[in-house]
Design a protein around this ligand. Structure first.
Ligand code: DGT
Ligand code: CA
Ligand code: CA
Ligand code: ZN
Length: 573
């Protein structure tokens, strides 16, 4: 279903659910349900007619007021009324309402009497036997409810895990499994390098499936065996993450790898291409009747479909299949293309290691340049540099550069963009630097207009080079601030500035679709770590992975160029 249609029907259904729980007028509840059904049942997308009240009103179940709401959602992506309703009735109650024994009335009773807002709350209350004392909840019901809650938590009550966390958890498991299997790969969103993964999908080949499964569920970190079969088993580890293990026949390795790497949207498209050629595409291979045309490698799977090999990071059904057909796939950037890090900290501010230690590690990576970008004075909590201390750092780098032959240390700063768009340090000192990275750490709650203007103003400063972590989001922790990225990207392009892909796995800022936007606009980006210690210098791989998900080639990333080339690029006109 196209996105807008889906969004509108989701919002209407949520309105109906929450009003229902609140005990609102039943006709009002029903009108939202019907509107949701009408919108989702439309054969065409609704974007074309969303602002045409007359056309909307002519659809069954949609009157004047619904038409206005559709218009509002089309324009703003939200419905104010729903946001307000959520203040009154927590939206997490919807999960409770949908449990088999529940319904709006019972949900209301739980909320009003026991302040139960979420499945977690409900689980705790059930444990303490508080629920069975309520009217309408007997022993039998609460018993069933306990089971339902368990099931809910198994199925979808689990959070997603950041890519680096998933990696840390799965690495020892993979080492463990390797001892007993042939091929082994993690497929799924993990292989596509998504910033968060729902679970870990492991594929292996094995001469003795029964033994392999026993060995798998015996892993010391397993908290619970969810299912155990001949070809597939699932466990939950102590961290809460689910791991699916599938045993694959060697001859269909490529087909299975392709299928279980997904994304689902991507493989569905592949199946359609197959259908058009009268071929069957599944996790066992590509078949012409009973005859197998391909199955052992992903490459041959794509080839039989008339496609060039598509890297896992691109498999999101975002145009990669057409690009492949037309031989227009990007040649994606790789970690080894990176020639230096352009955003790093030392113990002069809130970093944990000295400049010398950080540089030593950079040399080991084989970088040819490395920028020291400590904070500016505004970030007092991090002991940000004032002019005097920055001058001292500049002198120190000059000294170090005389000794250091393998790498060029760039004199740089991460300067705060103040609320009025000025930079936190004067141009008299900025002009002595090789590179000025600019970022926002305060006043994140400005309106979109003000926030955008603030950055545009800052970019007028001729020493502004790179806008770091441009949206300020922290994955699963902090929403991005409101800012018109498109406008900023265009200005940056026209003025010789750049934006950053921050490689910190908690940030990954810009994200993949914003990177695609930059590419479309013709803006080059920097992929930097923002490292505050030695080990986070290794986070470059996450930034590069995100850049790959954003279709970037090395030409579009400024720190793949030599220092001679980069220096020219950093010179503003
Ligand atoms: P996640 O775990 O939510 O981060 O996302 P994925 O992409 O890893 O999804 P998951 O774990 O549910 O399934 C792994 C892959 O298996 C998925 O990317 C594609 C494939 N797959 C699973 N279910 C289906 C399905 O119903 N149809 C198709 N075509 N593929 C599926
Ligand atoms: Ca998965
Ligand atoms: Ca899975
Ligand atoms: Zn930083």
């Amino acid at each position: 279903m196209p996105a807008l249609k889906q969004k509108i029907s989701e919002i209407f259904n949520q309105m109906a659910d929450l009003l229902d729980i609140k005990g609102d007028n039943e006709f009002r509840v029903r009108s939202y349900r019907e509107a949701a059904k009408t919108v989702s049942g439309l054969s065409d997308d609704i974007s074309d007619i969303a602002d045409d009240e007359k056309k909307i009103k002519s659809l069954p179940g949609l009157g004047e007021s619904m038409a206005q709401k559709i218009k509002e959602i089309a324009e703003t992506g939200k419905l104010k009324q729903l946001e307000k309703l959520k203040q009154e009735v927590p939206e997490t109650l919807i999960d409770i309402m949908k449990l088999e024994q529940m319904g709006p009335g019972r949900t209301r009773i739980l909320y009003n009497n026991l302040k139960i807002k979420s499945i977690e709350d409900l689980k705790n209350a059930l444990k303490k036997n508080k629920v069975e004392k309520l009217e309408g909840f007997g022993k039998k019901t609460t018993g069933q409810l306990k089971e339902e809650v368990e099931k809910f938590m198994e199925e979808k009550g689990h959070e997603r895990f950041k890519l680096n966390v998933a990696e840390d958890i799965s690495a020892p498991l993979i080492e463990y499994l390797k001892k007993k299997v042939g091929n082994i790969t993690i497929a799924g969103s993990y292989r596509r390098n998504k910033e968060t993964v729902g679970d870990i999908d492991i594929l292996v080949t094995s001469d003795n499936p029964g033994k392999t499964m026993d060995y798998f569920v015996d892993y010391e970190d397993v908290a619970k065996v969810l299912s155990k079969g001949k070809s597939k088993s699932s466990v939950r580890l102590n961290t809460g993450i689910q791991v699916d293990l599938r045993i694959i026949e060697k001859r269909s390795w490529g087909a299975a790898l392709l299928y279980f790497t997904g994304s689902k949207a991507h493989t569905i498209q592949l199946r359609k291409i197959g259908q058009d050629k009268d071929l069957k595409v599944n996790e066992y291979g590509i078949f012409d009747g009973k005859k197998s045309l391909a199955s052992e490698t992903e490459e041959e799977m794509y080839e039989v479909l008339g496609l060039y090999y598509i890297e896992p990071e691109l498999r999101e059904n975002r145009g990669e299949i057409d690009a492949s057909k037309n031989h227009k796939l990007p040649s994606l950037i790789e970690l080894k293309d990176i020639k230096g890090d352009l955003h790093t900290h030392t113990d002069a501010t809130d970093g944990k290691y000295s400049m010398e230690d950080m540089v030593k590690q950079a040399v080991e990576f084989g970088y040819s340049y490395y920028a020291i970008t400590d904070h500016s004075k505004k970030v007092a909590m991090a002991n940000g540099l004032d002019e005097k201390r920055l001058q001292k750092q500049i002198d120190k780098i000059d000294e170090l550069n005389k000794k250091e032959k393998k790498i060029r240390i760039l004199k740089a700063i991460e300067v705060d963009i103040l609320e009025d768009g000025k930079l936190d340090l004067p141009n008299e000192i900025l002009k002595h630097l090789d590179l000025v990275v600019c970022s926002i750490h305060y006043n994140m709650k400005l309106s979109e207009k003000k926030q955008t203007k603030r950055v545009l103003k800052a970019m007028e400063n001729p020493y502004f080079n790179i806008f770091a972590h441009p949206t300020g989001r922290r994955i699963q922790e902090r929403e991005p601030y409101r800012i018109d990225l498109k406008e900023i990207m265009k200005e940056a392009r026209d003025n010789g500035c750049f934006l950053e892909v921050n490689s910190d796995p908690n940030r990954l800022d810009l994200n993949d679709s914003q990177i695609i936007m930059a590419k479309d606009i013709g803006l080059k980006l920097a992929v930097s770590t923002d490292a505050h210690n030695l080990s986070s210098l290794k986070n470059m791989k996450y930034g590069v992975a995100q850049a790959r998900r954003g279709w970037l080639e090395k030409e579009q990333v400024i720190n793949t160029y030599t220092w001679k080339e980069l220096r020219k690029m950093l010179k503003r006109k």
